[in-house]
Design a protein around this ligand. Structure first.
Ligand SMILES: Nc1ncnc2c1ncn2[C@@H]1O[C@H](COP(=O)(O)OP(=O)(O)OP(=O)(O)O)[C@@H](O)[C@H]1O
Length: 244
């Protein structure tokens, strides 16, 4: 079984020869990964390729899964999922600071909510917020914990296109300010190129392709370099772009 070392010395995120399977079927098969502090990595892959399985291994949420290999992550890891996973019976601010204590927790929670554009909504109930706002609260809940590694599993997957673009801007700005390492699982090739320093494609249980995104941020999808990367990634995913 993999070791999950939230060690005091680990600042990089490292996965070595990770194997994960269900029954006799291997999903991850000798996967290696290395993420530097502050680096933003996006992970693409076909449905069922094992993206969430990898993310759960990094989050330490896969204890019942069979496998081997080594996983090393920084001490402070936060996870954001596709649904906000807010507790409906707790007000927004209480959701953000849930499980934290200390004299300045309330102030830090308020500051995080202000950072995601939700100042003044501290006493709202989760069901009084839109889907996009709920995801903002989920981001605030992660940020207030000052993670060194932020794991995000399709955090914008259920949002409409316009809200998603706004969330990309927000996440980019938050990451520039707080500099966590990020592993973002996404189906959206453009989302990966807009946000990531490096894009990985998971294939056959390993990292099958890797592209560095050198375009300065904020990135414009109309940039010809963007189109080049998009074509290359779509082809890695086995999706050929139709000719106009
Ligand atoms: N608890 C489980 N029991 C059995 N098989 C599972 C379990 N969880 C995941 N799998 C299988 O492992 C494979 C990888 O699943 P995973 O959710 O990691 O893929 P994914 O790349 O995140 O997919 P998607 O993009 O569709 O969300 C899939 O074939 C899935 O059916």
């Amino acid at each position: 079984m993999a070791t999950h070392a939230g060690g005091l010395t680990a600042t990089r995120t490292r996965v070595h020869e990770l194997v994960r399977g269900f029954g006799d079927r291997a999903v991850l098969n000798g996967l290696d990964l290395d993420i530097a502090p502050g680096e933003f990595v996006a992970l693409l892959g076909r449905s069922g390729s094992g993206k969430s399985t990898l993310l759960r291994a990094l989050a330490g949420l896969d204890e019942s899964v069979t496998g081997s290999g080594a996983v090393e992550v920084p001490a402070k890891v936060s996870v954001v999922f596709q649904d906000s996973r807010l507790l409906p019976w707790q007000r927004v601010l209480d959701n953000v600071v849930l499980g934290l204590d200390g004299p300045e927790v309330t102030e830090r929670g308020r500051a995080s909510l202000a950072e995601v554009g939700l100042a003044g909504r501290e006493r709202a109930w989760p069901n009084e917020l839109s889907g996009g706002e709920q995801q903002r609260v989920a981001l605030a809940r992660s940020l207030v914990r000052e993670p060194e590694l932020l794991l995000a599993d399709e955090p914008f997957g259920s949002l409409d296109a316009l809200t998603r673009i706004r969330m990309h801007d927000l996440l980019r700005q938050l990451c520039e300010r707080h500099r966590p390492a990020v592993l973002l699982v996404t189906h959206d090739v453009d989302e990966a190129i807009v946000l990531a320093d490096r894009v990985l494609v998971l294939d056959n249980g390993r990292i099958g392709a890797e592209l560095q995104v050198e375009i300065p941020k904020p990135r414009d999808p109309a940039d010809p370099r963007f189109a080049e990367l998009r074509t290359s990634l779509l082809s890695q995913l086995g999706i050929e772009k139709e000719q106009p």
